[in-house]
Design a protein around this ligand. Sequence first.
Ligand SMILES: Cc1cc2nc3c(=O)[nH]c(=O)nc-3n(C[C@H](O)[C@H](O)[C@H](O)COP(=O)(O)OP(=O)(O)OC[C@H]3O[C@@H](n4cnc5c(N)ncnc54)[C@H](O)[C@@H]3O)c2cc1C
Length: 413
Amino acid sequence: MPSSSASVPCAARLWVSDTSRCDVLIAGAGPAGLLLGRLLAQAGVAVQVVDPLQDLRCGAFSSAALPLAAVHHFQLPEQVQAAHWSQWQLFGPAAERRAWAAPEPLGAVLDFGALRQWLAQRARAAGAAVQLGWSVRSWEPAGSGARARLRGPAGLERQVQCRWLVDATGQRRALIGDPPLSHGALVSGSGVEWLLQVPPEAWQPWADRLSFMLGSHWVPQGYGWVFPMASGQLKLGVCRLQDPRRTQPPLHQLLRQLQARLGLEEARVLDRHGGLIRSTIRRREPHQRGPLLALGDAVSTGNLLGGEGIRHAMASSEVLAPLLLEALGGRSEALAAYPRRLRRRLGWRWSLSGRLARRTWLGLQSAHADQRLGRLLQGLEAGSSAADLSALLFDYRFERYGLRALPYLLGWR
Ligand SMILES: Cc1cc2nc3c(=O)[nH]c(=O)nc-3n(C[C@H](O)[C@H](O)[C@H](O)COP(=O)(O)OP(=O)(O)OC[C@H]3O[C@@H](n4cnc5c(N)ncnc54)[C@H](O)[C@@H]3O)c2cc1C
């Protein structure tokens, strides 16, 4: 929605008269925006981060499972890690259950609200102004930068003049917009998740492991999951790729079925949330438009295979920050390297993982697809450890199964 103002009744508009100024205005206090805010503020940049959320602990839509390497890399403290996991448990394609256990933790399930809260604290401590309750409604190029129009609590409006404006609004891409089709279609996955309160005996079988339900009898064209949270709490969710060629059953219906099949129907529902992951497969979309830059899910760092993107969104902040500092120092041309460097950081396996995701999830709606999945799971059970599964699903190391297996994995045979 570049430079167009959304229509609001005039009576609801209250102007804060003066235009404030900063070097960088970041729209979105998700993992990407908050980490970028911190990195820039640490380097002495005058940076503002704004988000319509009034409280970053609310609307915690993400399941937030991460591999241990990412927990270490981003130095995430214990307070944001709700649980650890050292096992994989896969149900499907029918009633089979397979499990892989490692002697050491393989990752964490974060409390997404606590993560955002902690990232905001760190950004503020570094000197960034994090302003909640404010969203960027429109923007336009102005002078050697951009002028953004913001809406805040009680219909308040104000303007910010900045040298660089950053779209960190996640898959909404509120400022940079959806990529043109010529840069690759957006593939969308939608997810719904409930936070459940269960007695200790119902929590124990799901503790210390990531559990997925795979196969068309569980969730056609997607998958279900149970992740542990703090003692006595579980995250139960379903996610699937959107297929415009089919009528797909409502996600809530699939979630209730999953809840009943797993014997969790007595659990108290503490929170219901959900959201979208929307990414192009090859990530060739524009990352910049004049004084506007985009990062995180707004430039397709949400991975479609495992429906995860927190660490990739934060990686995009680490790639963009030094280039933006160069640009602020007068070398704007440094930003030309941003898309290439981000692609390199995400690795050459990235688009393979996206293609595999599209093939696997969209194709998972027939007995034939279930059989193929069954063979794949059998093979993994026979020859892989829990660490191997992590390497496959988090590092996208498909080639370790041999080039001859790759076409099967990719669904080409
Ligand atoms: C159901 C579900 C489950 C998931 N599970 C996992 C998982 O297990 N592990 C994992 O790593 N990832 C997971 N993800 C993906 C992960 O949450 C995202 O990839 C990640 O949050 C992206 O970070 P971001 O900072 O780019 O965007 P976001 O986290 O989406 O943050 C964008 C922010 O922008 C704000 N905003 C929107 N519009 C405006 C505006 N106009 N002005 C200012 N601010 C605005 C929003 O309020 C939001 O706070 C899941 C996603 C979903 C939907």
